[in-house]
Ligand binder design. Sequence first.
Ligand code: HEM
Length: 403
Amino acid sequence: MTIESATSRSDDQTEFDAATFDHFGQEHAEHPEQVWAALRRIAGLAKSEKYGGFRIISRYDDICAAARNPAVFSSAKGVAIPPHQLPPLIPVGIDPPMHGQYRKVLNAELGPKAIARKEAEYRELADQLLSEIGDRREFDFCEAFSAQFPERVALRTIGFDPEDRQSLGRWFHDMTHLRGIDEEAAGMAAMSMFGRVTEVIALRRGEPRRDDLLSVLLDGEVDGRPMRDDEILMYIVLLLFGGLDTTASAISGAFYYLAQHPKDRERLLADEVALDRAVEEFVRWTSPVQALGRTVTESTELGGCPLREGEPVLLLWGAGNRDETVFESPDEIQLDRFPNRHLGFGMGPHRCLGSHLAKTMVKIAIERGVKALGHFELADESRIRWATGEARGIVELPLRRRG
Ligand code: HEM
């Protein structure tokens, strides 16, 4: 069956109309699992009529097949549905073979060895933030820690000086959190951020190189020529967009779960589960990047559904991560789940370049946070706030410490 406007029953037996599916829809932000399951059950590929219409790829195997075939499922028209107005983000908006050249520039610098070298420095940053919580009994964990930690790590690792970090952090926050609320302020913040990053790139060209990503980008070459400043800008913008809110979501999702599961918290404290496995499981379960787009370059077929040249498709990583044909009890967290070949970091040539950094941050956050906070629980469930869209996660998490 090929479906134009498919319906399926979600688990609570209400009829779900795929044509209305909207990854920005706030109604599914907290509990998308029933909609994801309903989409996976639709034969062929469901079609949403939102944003001009797009096909939804929601089963694990179909997502992998598309993500591994960039010649047919291209990123060159951007990976956002609806598209944003920015120049291509590098390297996520570049198709192979050029994609590999851009990716190569930061591959080693974001690899496991390079990140391991920085672990002690990151741990210190985490401890500093946790100590600033002091003896407050109730606090918003996102504001105090999960939003701050990845931001501090990323801005320092990219190579911004301390005096720039504060304003860049504020502009980034306004750009992402005021979108849809105060467009003018969000736009101003974006202009300020792009302007300052452009200035820093130009200034740093003439300075001695340092131990940071910007230095590596300044010396980076593609196609046998040095990377241009505008390309470095779009690379840095992607590192910020791709690395901050995503890692923050994985950390806040982990603490949301641990606040409600003291036994698992104890197991982590007692080293009864391998932290690396728990980190992978939190990334699978939270799926901070729940969906990204591709454009079909030639007539093809996927999951029993014909696709036309030019058709936009949405890879619903989040739904793939809950596919019961791959993961046992997929909606449950099993801290020592293994194997865990989840799609949280994507799949194929564009698989997350920052995954080692991200996993190190989540690992440090759990390791230090669980120790520092002691017994904690949700303070007020009605104040928990979920953001949604291509990225999804908790952006306000009131916690209360006990004892
Ligand atoms: C838990 C946190 C993170 C998650 C869930 C995540 C998820 C993803 C996903 C799903 C993709 C695939 C994009 C696609 O196929 O179109 C991706 C790509 C990417 N991510 Fe991450 N990411 C995270 C953290 C980070 C961090 C910390 C950085 C860097 C500082 C980063 C940098 C990138 C870059 C540069 C790409 C593009 C890779 C390419 O196109 O070859 N990410 N990420």
